[in-house]
Write a protein that binds this ligand. Structure first.
Ligand SMILES: Cc1cc2nc3c(=O)[nH]c(=O)nc-3n(C[C@H](O)[C@H](O)[C@H](O)COP(=O)(O)O)c2cc1C
Length: 283
């Protein structure tokens, strides 16, 4: 599958078959991360990503790493730890989504969990230092054909099948000019559609983007919900922004618009104070 199709077909999977995963997942992840295109220069932290094989919710040592019953049948967990700051949580979201999409390309399903797991239990199992946090854990496995009633409830609660219209998310030149269907044939428009369908915590879709007048740059912003963003003690919406960066970059590459990330605030007038500049992509 090409990356555009992968992003279009990806869904959060909460019910898995009991089919075992291939044992080389850790090597696969290490290989992905060692590719030169994996990590842009704007990210400087070294974030450990760990794979934990599980069966029946238990690790090989018999430790029960549950998900409050939200996930069933997964065969492994991917997680990692980083400092509790915006930059590293952003990087965690970016790196993890790159891994998730490549696994998805191999037919392996997953679901981001930022809330429905016992953070303390995972921290103590992985002996995470007190200065670090586990922003999220990702159960992985092969998706079950039939989903459970709980999956439907979780999707309904988060409104997972709805996305904001393009014109509420993306703008041209400044925030006064929403993009409209007259740009639909442009390659960058098709790239931004892949950001629109990305996963986000509680499906809040906090990403906003301003495309430069000539169409070569996209400036990404967080439309923060301050109360929600701090509700778990770490900036969960920065995970969403890292995820959005990965979708944008992979889509633009697939559309023959390769480019790079930089952080240089274009100082565009902001219509309200919940918008925060994150990064820009130049192709
Ligand atoms: C950072 C992040 C945290 C999430 N946390 C949870 C969670 O704790 N429990 C859960 O069931 N789903 C969680 N999700 C999944 C979202 O609810 C889901 O991505 C969203 O509703 C869109 O649905 P989709 O991924 O199927 O497109 C999380 C997603 C993200 C990106």
């Amino acid at each position: 599958m090409d990356m555009m199709t992968t992003m279009q077909e990806r869904r959060s999977v909460r019910s898995f078959t009991n089919r075992a995963l291939e044992p080389d997942i850790p090597e696969l992840i290490a290989e992905m991360r060692s590719s030169t295109s994996f990590l842009p220069a704007i990210f400087t932290a070294s974030i450990p990503m760990i794979y934990i094989p599980v069966q029946g919710q238990k690790t090989e040592e018999g430790v029960r790493l549950g998900t409050y019953g939200v996930i069933r049948g997964h065969q492994g967990m991917i997680t990692g730890s980083c400092s509790n700051c915006d930059e590293e949580v952003l990087q965690f979201g970016y790196e993890m989504e790159k891994i998730i999409l490549q696994l998805c390309n191999l037919g392996i399903g997953s679901c981001w969990l930022g809330g429905t797991f016992n953070r303390k239990l995972y921290s103590s199992y992985l002996q995470v230092p007190e200065t670090q946090i586990i922003p999220a854990v990702i159960p992985i496995g092969y998706a079950a054909d039939a989903s459970r009633a709980l999956d439907t409830i979780m999707r309904r609660l988060a409104g997972s099948d709805r996305r904001l219209p393009m014109g509420e998310l993306f703008f041209r030149g400044d925030f006064d000019h929403p993009i409209d269907a007259s740009s639909a044939e442009r390659l960058w428009y098709r790239g931004l559609e892949m950001v629109r369908i990305a996963p986000s915590a509680s499906n809040k879709q906090p990403w906003r983007g301003v495309v430069s007048a000539e169409g070569h740059q996209v400036h990404l912003y967080l439309h923060e919900n301050p109360k929600y963003n701090r509700s778990l003690g770490y900036p969960i919406q920065l995970l969403d922004m890292g995820i959005a960066m990965t979708h944008l970059e992979l889509a633009f590459h697939a559309l023959s618009l390769p480019g790079s990330w930089h952080i240089s605030d274009p100082c565009i007038d902001l219509p309200h104070d919940q918008l925060r500049y994150i990064a820009s992509y130049t192709s």
